[in-house]
Write a protein that binds this ligand. Sequence first.
Ligand SMILES: Cc1ncc(COP(=O)(O)O)c(C=O)c1O
Length: 368
Amino acid sequence: MTRIQQSINRRDWLGTALTMGGSLLLSPYLSKEFLRQNDAETVIKLNANENPYGPPKSVLDSIRHFDGELFRYQGIYANNLREQLASFHGLESQMIMLGAGSSVLLQLLGHYVQQKSATLHYCSPTFNILPDTLKKAGGKPNSLPLTKDYKFDLAALKEADETPGAIYLVNPNNPTGTFYERTEMELFCKSINSKTLIILDEAYIEYAGDGQSLVGLLKQMPNLIIVRTFSKIYGMAGLRMGYLMASAAIIRQLQQLVPWPNHDLSTLSLVAAGNALQSSSFVQTTRTTNARVMQSTIKALESLGYRCSPSVANFVYFNTKGRNLRAALEGYGVQIGQLDYENQTYARVTVGKEQEMERFVQCLQKLN
Ligand SMILES: Cc1ncc(COP(=O)(O)O)c(C=O)c1O
């Protein structure tokens, strides 16, 4: 039996084992021995939409050469970052709240929506922390389907809106990567009842190009909240730094829900984030490289017969034609996400480095 046949037999068995046993069974197959048998030197991690190039060198240098007083609490650095973000976005610092990653701020927003007794309308599949938190807090998330082209269904959201209301938008959306241009999103937000809270998650907005954020609307729309993160294009997921922007009145209300607002953060992450804001050329280069590698990945996937949703982010969502590719690829040391939708099997692969995507495609070819 050839090595590839052996490996494919192992993969079929593995697929069955994984389907039966779920994710608890995954780790043994990523042992060094298993990877070696499958010609995979290391695990290729394409399952969490991380930026494989980041952070920018200047950010790493700012951590390496930090000579401030780490024995002191971080308050002054938190205030500095709020100031820096305010000037970066043309806002006042009272309109910024920081969090150790944007997930923690989305959780906070879940409690805020619950406090307002608002039903949260959104579309699925999307990033679930906000609706899940609301549900756990006893609230009412209302999930609507995406449009046929995998986008948030803005018309259906507008129709569902009620008072007191809340709408969660993710633009670009995770896992589909689909996107509304700023002008279209702006029209939608302005068409919504001004008492409805609009929570707009822009975790991947930098990948969509300059000037696509709705941040310019914040001063006119006191019902708009925008959530951003340093985890994606800035490549700082492990440093845990996110922020939200809203009217000073909303920020004050949110701050009342946490014991120590803006301060559950590390000095080094705060310094690094302030530094990252100055790396506009890094953002541009990463965006261009990501788009190039994503296009060749989509081309390869389509030539293998997989239909992809049109993504502007750093991941691709595609129909796996009934297969659990996550389990099968794990056998080759390649980790992707499997996120099924409407009784069909779908996978989401993060756009990694060129060589990583080549390996991903080679493994898919073996499986085809
Ligand atoms: C749409 C979206 N929002 C927010 C987050 C949370 O990111 P973090 O907590 O790292 O800021 C993610 C992470 O994948 C995401 O996809």
